[in-house]
Design a binder for this molecule. Structure first.
Ligand SMILES: Cc1cc2nc3c(=O)[nH]c(=O)nc-3n(C[C@H](O)[C@H](O)[C@H](O)COP(=O)(O)OP(=O)(O)OC[C@H]3O[C@@H](n4cnc5c(N)ncnc54)[C@H](O)[C@@H]3O)c2cc1C
Ligand SMILES: *[C@@H]1O[C@H](CO)[C@@H](O)[C@H](O)[C@H]1NC(C)=O
Ligand SMILES: *[C@@H]1O[C@H](CO)[C@@H](O)[C@H](O)[C@H]1NC(C)=O
Ligand SMILES: *[C@@H]1O[C@H](CO)[C@@H](O)[C@H](O)[C@H]1NC(C)=O
Ligand SMILES: *[C@@H]1O[C@H](CO)[C@@H](O)[C@H](O)[C@H]1NC(C)=O
Ligand SMILES: *[C@@H]1O[C@H](CO)[C@@H](O)[C@H](O)[C@H]1NC(C)=O
Ligand SMILES: *[C@@H]1O[C@H](CO)[C@@H](O)[C@H](O)[C@H]1NC(C)=O
Ligand SMILES: *[C@@H]1O[C@H](CO)[C@@H](O)[C@H](O)[C@H]1NC(C)=O
Ligand SMILES: *[C@@H]1O[C@H](CO)[C@@H](O)[C@H](O)[C@H]1NC(C)=O
Length: 773
C-alpha cells in the first residue's frame, strides 16, 4: 500500500510537512478528535487518546476514525508515518459494513495481516450513498514490532488513498493494489487526550463543553474542520533542479535579494551537503563517492547506482549537483566561438568574458588536483605527448588560453578543490545556502508548471502535503526557472502543455499526468526536444609497457591499493585526488562542406572495453577517446515515451555524413605515427579491422558522451528556438530555462564549464529584464 516514495520522504518530515492535526468535533457523535481533512480527497482522519496518567504506564489504545467520500475504495493509515516496519490500518466498505484489518510490511510488497492489536468497529461507523465512515477502537496499538509512538509527544502520521477497489471486499485479509495517493501530517499526541474517552466508548452522553486537551474546540455542529494546511509560501523565483544551471541561478538571484526556492528531486551528494554514501575504506569520514575524484570510474560499476535518474534512459544525475556530482569534472573555460552568432547565440550574448570571469573567480580550474602538488598516474600522458608531438602539437596549460584549440594538448583540467570534488556544489551552493532568502527543498519532484494561459502561477510538486495539493505558488510578478537538464526540462515542458503535440498527447494519455494537463486550446507549440546535440565519441584502446592501468579502476570502491587509500584519507593527495583523465588535446579540421570542425581527445589509463585478437597485458591498457566538438552539424531529438521516460528519440550522432568523415579522419590521424612511439600498440581496433570498419560497426549507443545540449535552444523566434535571448520561453510571460538545454550548439570541450558561464550570463539577463519581482 503506502509506496516506496513514502519512506524516502521521511527525512523531510520536520521541514516540509504541510498539514498539522488540529481539534475538531465529529458532527454525528459529538466526539472531539484531533486530526486533518486532506483537501484533495476530502478525507478526514482523526484520533482520540485516553487521558494521560501521572504514574505507571500510559494506555496503549486510542479511538480513530476515517470519514470519506465513497470515491475512496480503500484507505490506509500508518501509525509510524512510513510503510515499512509500522502498524498499518486498512479499511474499506463492503455493502453496509466496514471491513478492516491491521497490517505490516517489511518490504515494499503487499502488507500482510498483523496480529497483536485488537480493533473494534464502533457503532457510529456508517456507509451511505455519498460517504463511508469507519470509527474504531484500537487496543494494543501504540507499539508494534520494531516501533511505536510516544503519546506524550508528537510524530508524523501517513495516510494512503486508493480509487481502485480491493480484490475481495468481504475478506479482511484481501489483497489490493498499491495506493493511488498518499500524504503525511504531523500530530502533537499530547493534545489529543480526552477526558471523555471512556464515555465515548460506553455510549454515555458527554458534557458538550468537555474539551479535548487541545484548544480551541471546534464548533459542534459543522462538518469536520480541516486541519490548518500550512499555506505554501509564495516565492519571487522558483528554480527547478539543483544542477549547475539551477545552483548558479539560485546563488545570483539570492545575492540580488530575491526570495528564491530551489527544488531538487534527489537528495544530498557530497559530505558537506549531508551525503553519506562512502566507500567501505572511507567509512566514518565525510569523503563520499561524490567527493573522491578517484572514484569517478566507479560511478559506472556500482552495484546500487541510486544516483542516476531512473526515468531517463541515458546517464543523468538525480541528486544535488546533478551531472556535476557524478561527472568526470573535466572543466574547460569557454572559447569566444562558444558564444558566437555562428553557433546560434543572439548578438547580445557574444561578450561572454565578464560572465566567464565571474565563474573563474568563484571556481578556478586545476590541472594538478593532488594537494601535495605532485602528479600521479601520468604514464598515459607521457606516452600520448610523444605521439602528439610527432604530429606537430604543442603542450600548453589549456585554460590559460581557451581560444587556442588547434594542435594543442595539455594536462586535463578539473574543478576539484583541495583534492575533492568542488564544482558548483562546493562554491555557489554554499554561498546561496548561507542567505536567509534562499530556500532549498530536496526529494521533491516537479511534474509541471501551473499556468493560466501565458502566465505561470506556480509549480506542481509530488508532495501533496504542501498546501494539500503539492502546488507551490509564485509572488505577483514572480518567475519560474527550469534547470532540470537537457532531458529533464523538456519533460516538464511537455507536462505543462508546451512542446510538439505528439509529446503533449503522451502526457494527456497518462493516468496521473493527463488530468493535470492544461486544455488543448492552451497548448503552446514549440520545438522542445528538437535540435538536440551530443558529441559522438569513439574509443581507441592501446597498450604500452610503461602504463599502470590501475586494475582498470575495478577495485577503487571495495579493494583499493592500501597505500593510495591511506594517503588520500590522510592528506587528500595521491591517485585518488584525481579522476581518470590525464591528457586532453584538440585539432581543427576543414570538412568537405567548407565548415571547420574541431576534434577533442581525452586520454586515460584503463578501458571501457576491448575487442582484439592481439594478446595483451591488461595491466598496461589505456584509452584515447576522440570526440567531434565545435562545428559539428548533426542534431537529433529527445522526448518521452508513453511511460513518460525521457530519452533520445532520434540519435544525434553522425546524422550528417560529413561529421562522420571528419571524426574518422581524426582517428586515423591520431595513430598515423604510432610506429614512432616505441612499445605503443593499438589493440582495439586490432589489425584485423581497419579504423573505417571499426567506426562503421561502432554501436551508436556507445557513442553517447553525456553532453546533451540544445533541446530547448536559444533562438530568434519560436520556429527555431524554445527560449528568447533573455531565456524566456516563447509564448509565456514568466517561464525561463537556465541549463544545458538552452545552449544552441556544442561547445569546444566537455560542456559544464561553458554551461556555468552561460548560467552566469542568463541570470544577469533575467535580473535585468523588466517586469520581474
Ligand atoms: C556520466 C557523465 C559524465 C560527464 N562528464 C563531464 C565532464 O567530465 N565534464 C563536463 O564538462 N561535463 C560532463 N558531463 C556533462 C555535465 O555534467 C552536464 O552537461 C551538466 O551537468 C548539465 O547541467 P544542467 O544544469 O543542465 O543539468 P543537470 O546537471 O542534469 O541537473 C539537473 C538537475 O535537476 C534535477 N531535476 C531534474 N528533473 C527534475 C524535476 N522534474 N524536479 C526536480 N528536480 C529535477 C536533477 O536531479 C538534477 O539535479 C557529464 C555528464 C554525465 C552524465
Ligand atoms: C517525490 O519524488 C522524489 C523523487 O522521485 C521522491 O524522492 C520523493 O519521495 C517523492 N515525494 C513524495 C511525497 O512522493
Ligand atoms: C500486543 O501486540 C504485540 C504485537 O505488536 C503482541 O506481540 C502482543 O502479544 C500483544 N499484546 C497483547 C496483550 O495482546
Ligand atoms: C453520509 O454520511 C456523511 C458522514 O456522516 C455525511 O456527511 C453525509 O451528509 C451523508 N450523506 C447522506 C446522503 O446522508
Ligand atoms: C561531516 O560534515 C558534517 C557537516 O559539515 C560535520 O558536522 C561533521 O563533523 C563531519 N564529520 C567528519 C567525520 O568530518
Ligand atoms: C601525509 O602527508 C604528510 C606530509 O607530507 C606525510 O608525511 C605523510 O606520510 C602523508 N600520509 C600518508 C598516509 O601518505
Ligand atoms: C570485434 O572485432 C571483430 C573484428 O576484429 C568484428 O568483426 C566484431 O564485430 C567486433 N565485435 C564487436 C562487439 O565490436
Ligand atoms: C603485465 O604488466 C604488469 C605491469 O606493467 C607487469 O608487472 C607484469 O609483469 C606484466 N605481465 C606480463 C605477463 O608481462
Ligand atoms: C526565425 O528565425 C530564423 C533564424 O534567424 C529565420 O531564418 C526565420 O526567418 C525566422 N522566422 C520567422 C517566422 O520570423
Amino acid at each position: 500500500m503506502i509506496g516506496r516514495a513514502l519512506l524516502a520522504l521521511l527525512p523531510l518530515v520536520g521541514s516540509v510537512l504541510g498539514q498539522t492535526a488540529a481539534g475538531y468535533t465529529d458532527p454525528d457523535n459529538g466526539w472531539q478528535f484531533t486530526g486533518i481533512t486532506d483537501p484533495v480527497h476530502d478525507v478526514t482522519y482523526g484520533l482520540i487518546f485516553p487521558p494521560l496518567v501521572s504514574s505507571g504506564p500510559q494506555s496503549t489504545e486510542f479511538i480513530g476514525e476515517f470519514i470519506t467520500p465513497i470515491a475512496a475504495e480503500w484507505l490506509g493509515f500508518s501509525m509510524g508515518g512510513a510503510m515499512l516496519d509500522n502498524l498499518l490500518l486498512v479499511a474499506w466498505p463492503n455493502g453496509n459494513d466496514i471491513i478492516a484489518s491491521t497490517r505490516y510490511a517489511t518490504d515494499y510488497v503487499q502488507p500482510t495481516e498483523y496480529d497483536g492489536p485488537t480493533i473494534t468497529t464502533l457503532p457510529s461507523s456508517l456507509v451511505n450513498s455519498t460517504h463511508w465512515k469507519w470509527v474504531f477502537r484500537c487496543q494494543n496499538c501504540t507499539s508494534w514490532s520494531g516501533g511505536g509512538i510516544d503519546t506524550t509527544s508528537g510524530a508524523a502520521l501517513a495516510w494512503a488513498f486508493s480509487s481502485v477497489g480491493v480484490d475481495d471486499p468481504s475478506d479482511p485479509e484481501s489483497t489490493f493494489q498499491e495506493h493511488t495517493d498518499f500524504g503525511f501530517f504531523g500530530m502533537d499526541f499530547s493534545t489529543a487526550h480526552n477526558a471523555n474517552y471512556q464515555s465515548y466508548l460506553s455510549g454515555t452522553p458527554t458534557s458538550p463543553t468537555g474539551p479535548p486537551s487541545s484548544t480551541p474546540t471546534g464548533p459542534t455542529t459543522t462538518i469536520p474542520i480541516t486541519g490548518p494546511t500550512i499555506a505554501p509560501t509564495p516565492y519571487d523565483y522558483i528554480i527547478v533542479g539543483a544542477g549547475p544551471g539551477g545552483i548558479i541561478t539560485a546563488d545570483r538571484l539570492t545575492e540580488a535579494g530575491k526570495n528564491v526556492l530551489l527544488i531538487e528531486r534527489g537528495g544530498p551528494s557530497t559530505g558537506e551537503t549531508g551525503g553519506t554514501y562512502t566507500a567501505p575504506w572511507a567509512a566514518g569520514t565525510n569523503l563520499t563517492k561524490f567527493d573522491i575524484p578517484g572514484l569517478f570510474e566507479s560511478m559506472f560499476t556500482d552495484a546500487n547506482p541510486w544516483y542516476w535518474c531512473k526515468d531517463i534512459t541515458v546517464f543523468a544525475g538525480c541528486l544535488l549537483g546533478g551531472g556535476t556530482s557524478v561527472n568526470g569534472a573535466l572543466y574547460w573555460y569557454p572559447t569566444t566561438n562558444d558564444f558566437s552568432t555562428a553557433v546560434g547565440f543572439p548578438q547580445s550574448w557574444t561578450n561572454h568574458q565578464p560572465y566567464t570571469d565571474k565563474m573563474t573567480a568563484r571556481l578556478p580550474s586545476t590541472d594538478q588536483p593532488s594537494t601535495d602538488g605532485q602528479r600521479y598516474l601520468e604514464q598515459s600522458f607521457n606516452v600520448v605527448s610523444q605521439l602528439l608531438q610527432g604530429q606537430g602539437y604543442s603542450q600548453i596549460t589549456i585554460n590559460d588560453n581557451p581560444n587556442y584549440k588547434d594542435h594543442v594538448y595539455g594536462y586535463s583540467a578539473f574543478d576539484f578543490i583541495n583534492g575533492k570534488r568542488g564544482g558548483p556544489v562546493a562554491t555557489y551552493f554554499q554561498t546561496a545556502s548561507a542567505r536567509s532568502n534562499f530556500h532549498y527543498m530536496d526529494y521533491t519532484l516537479v511534474s509541471n508548471v501551473v499556468r493560466n494561459g501565458a502566465t505561470i502561477t506556480g509549480v506542481q510538486t509530488n508532495n501533496t502535503a504542501i498546501g494539500g495539493n503539492g502546488i507551490i505558488p509564485l509572488n505577483p510578478n514572480g518567475r519560474v526557472i527550469l534547470s532540470a537538464g537537457s532531458l529533464g526540462s523538456p519533460r516538464i515542458l511537455f507536462q505543462s502543455g508546451i512542446g510538439p503535440s505528439d509529446m503533449i498527447s503522451l502526457v494527456q494519455a497518462d493516468p496521473t499526468a493527463g488530468p493535470k494537463l492544461v486544455p488543448q486550446s492552451e497548448w503552446i507549440n514549440l520545438p522542445v526536444g528538437m535540435n538536440v546535440m551530443d558529441n559522438p565519441s569513439i574509443n581507441l584502446v592501446f597498450t604500452h609497457p610503461s602504463i599502470d592501468a590501475y586494475e582498470n579502476w575495478a577495485d577503487v570502491w571495495s579493494d583499493p591499493r592500501p597505500a593510495d587509500a591511506a594517503q588520500y584519507l590522510e592528506n587528500q593527495s595521491g591517485v585518488f585526488a584525481g579522476a581518470s583523465p590525464k591528457l586532453n588535446f584538440w585539432r581543427a579540421y576543414s570538412g568537405s562542406d567548407g565548415r571547420t570542425r574541431y576534434t577533442q581527445g581525452t586520454v586515460r589509463p584503463g578501458a571501457a572495453s576491448t575487442n582484439t585478437s592481439i594478446p595483451f597485458n591488461s595491466s598496461q591498457i589505456f584509452t584515447i577517446t576522440m570526440y567531434l566538438s565545435t562545428g559539428i552539424t548533426s542534431r537529433g531529438r529527445v522526448g518521452i515515451d508513453a511511460a513518460l521516460r525521457a530519452q533520445p528519440l532520434v540519435n544525434p550522432w553522425f546524422a550528417d555524413p560529413v561529421d562522420k568523415t571528419v571524426l574518422l579522419q581524426a582517428l586515423e590521424d591520431v595513430v598515423s605515427n604510432i610506429n614512432t612511439v616505441s612499445g605503443m600498440t593499438m589493440i582495439t581496433p586490432d589489425r584485423t579491422q581497419t579504423i573505417q570498419e571499426y567506426v562503421d560497426a561502432y554501436d551508436p549507443s556507445t557513442m553517447d558522451s553525456n553532453h546533451w545540449v540544445a533541446s530547448n535552444r536559444i533562438g530568434a523566434n519560436s520556429t527555431v528556438g524554445v527560449v528568447d535571448e533573455n531565456t524566456l520561453v516563447f509564448g509565456t510571460d514568466n517561464l525561463f530555462i537556465v541549463d544545458a538545454s538552452i545552449i544552441p550548439s556544442l561547445p569546444m570541450g566537455n560542456p559544464h564549464g561553458m554551461l556555468m558561464s552561460t548560467a552566469e550570463q542568463a541570470v544577469a539577463k533575467i535580473l535585468a529584464l523588466a517586469g520581474g519581482p
